[in-house]
Write a protein that binds this ligand. Structure first.
Ligand code: ARG
Length: 467
């Protein structure tokens, strides 16, 4: 033995001697999930009752054992709801905490609950049950926000505002039309969650640790009891994949993306530079140093929390990518990102629905802004096309007219007819109707267009779809 290796060996033995106990404590803390998975307690009990009922129906445990398990779990549920349940770190996770309490209460029957089951299929089932319920809450939250946007859109179905491209005034639109764009985004978001729900709603139980179980179980029965649409059809897949949680978090990320964009707009619009809207005071805070400030904290936080949800999506994707089949402890790390995604999304939807009810619009300022940026230039070009001019020529003629108006610090509609005719002889005095904001809006009268009549129809369609 060289001096070096003997020193290592010595160090190794002294290491285990010196650190074994304290490190074990740390490892216990490191590996325990009870600090966060206690949130699965209710669905864990629900799943256990369904499992025990099936075991009894299939003759794997006695009917008396099932009764005792059912009764014991009902009591534990009450203890948890009353805040009287003591969660123990030593018992690692929610599953073992509940099972131990059950056994303390009912003895051997409690020890039979885990027959034909593993924590691997148990936890996968719990997460799916929890996420199914959460998905339903999210869909309801999206619908509430849509309703609140629809109410505001209805009030402003013909309120003129500048529509922007590149954040430059482009063409007039109505504020109602602008809001309806978000209603559409949210419609797709709700549909994404509804679709994701189908893949969440499959039962892993019966997969046991990874390969299935040798007991004569009835998986379909458990699926039915728990309201699943069917069973996961491969045991290895059932216990190991969390793609449904990733999908949920992706759908959540997209909602947050949409709300972050709206937030960015609210922040701009409520700044004194725009002064298009006012956000109710209850959603804003002041500055501790600048007395004049009213800060749009809620939209800013929504924009900020969007990054947090994206982070969870990245965490979950990364969590999965290196795992060999089947279950690995890595999967315990799925819960915190998933819980926080759901918490963040649900509260954001709720606060947003209320915030949109607290928006007041400064119609004068919106209108003023729409009339300042040559927003009806395209209308003039279209007018010339309707008089027979090719579109490219019309575009050029109007560009020259705009440049002339810029030089003379006025709007196109301020130019006398004779001046306008210098750019295109086709122009007649019916042109002024085309150059008005209302003329421009009303002319875009087809499905998807900004004409107030179309906005009204879009609102009606969206309301009907929400019924
Ligand atoms: N707490 C664990 C989790 O959340 C439960 C499953 C444990 N399974 C195991 N084989 N250690 O994933």
């Amino acid at each position: 033995m060289t001096e070096k290796t003997s020193a290592l060996n010595k160090k190794d033995t002294s290491w285990s001697g010196r650190f074994n106990e304290p490190v074990a404590e740390l490892v216990k803390k490191y590996t325990a999930s009870i600090g966060f998975d206690y949130r699965l307690a209710m669905v864990d009990i629900q799943g256990s009752i369904a499992h025990a009922q099936m075991l009894s129906a299939c003759g794997i445990i006695s009917a008396a054992d099932f009764k005792a398990i059912q009764q014991g779990l009902a009591e534990i549920k009450q203890e948890i709801e009353a805040g009287q349940f003591e969660w123990l770190l030593d018992l690692e996770d929610v599953h073992l905490n509940i099972e131990k309490r059950l056994t303390d209460k009912i003895g051997d029957a409690g020890k039979r609950l885990h027959t034909g089951r593993s924590r691997n299929d148990q936890v996968a089932t719990d997460v799916r049950l929890w996420l199914r319920d959460t998905t339903d809450q999210v869909i309801a939250g999206v619908h509430q926000l849509q309703t609140s946007l629809l109410d505001l859109a209805e009030t402003h179905f013909d309120t003129v505002m500048p529509g922007f491209t590149h954040l430059q005034v482009a063409q007039p639109v109505t504020f109602g039309h602008h809001l309806m764009a978000y209603v559409e985004m949210l419609k797709r978001d709700a549909a994404r969650f509804a679709d994701c729900r189908k893949r969440i709603n499959r039962l892993p139980l019966g997969a046991a640790a990874l390969a299935g179980t040798s007991y004569p179980i009835d998986r379909e029965m458990v699926a039915k009891t728990l309201g699943f649409d069917g069973v996961c059809e491969n045991s290895l897949d059932a216990v190991s994949d969390r793609d449904f949680a990733i999908e949920f978090t992706f759908a959540a990320s997209l909602v947050m993306t949409h709300l972050s964009r709206l937030s960015e707009e609210l922040i701009l619009w409520s700044s004194p530079r725009y002064a298009f809207v006012d956000i109710a005071d209850r959603f804003c805070t002041g500055s501790s140093i600048m007395p004049q400030k009213k800060n749009p904290d809620v939209p800013e936080l929504v924009r900020g929390k969007t990054g947090r949800v994206y982070g969870h999506l990245t965490a979950l994707l990364t969590l999965m990518k290196g795992q060999p089949l089947a279950y690995n402890k890595d999967n315990q790390e799925d819960k915190e990102p998933l819980f926080d995604t759901a918490d963040t999304l649900l509260v954001t939807l709720q606060i947003y629905a209320d915030m949109m009810r607290g928006i007041t619009v400064n119609k004068e300022n919106m209108r003023q802004a729409a009339s300042e940026g040559f927003a009806t230039a395209t209308d003039l070009a279209d007018y010339l096309v309707k008089k027979g001019m090719p579109f490219r020529d019309a575009h050029e003629a109007v560009a020259l007219a705009v440049r002339y108006a810029v030089d003379h610090h006025c709007d196109l509609s301020d130019l006398p007819l004779a001046t306008l005719q210098q750019f295109a002889s086709e122009i007649a005095d019916d042109v002024y109707a085309v150059l008005t904001l209302e003329g421009s809006l009303h002319s875009r009268d087809h499905i998807g267009g900004t004409a107030p009549a179309q906005v009204k129809a879009a609102i009606a369609r969206a309301r009907k779809a929400l019924e």
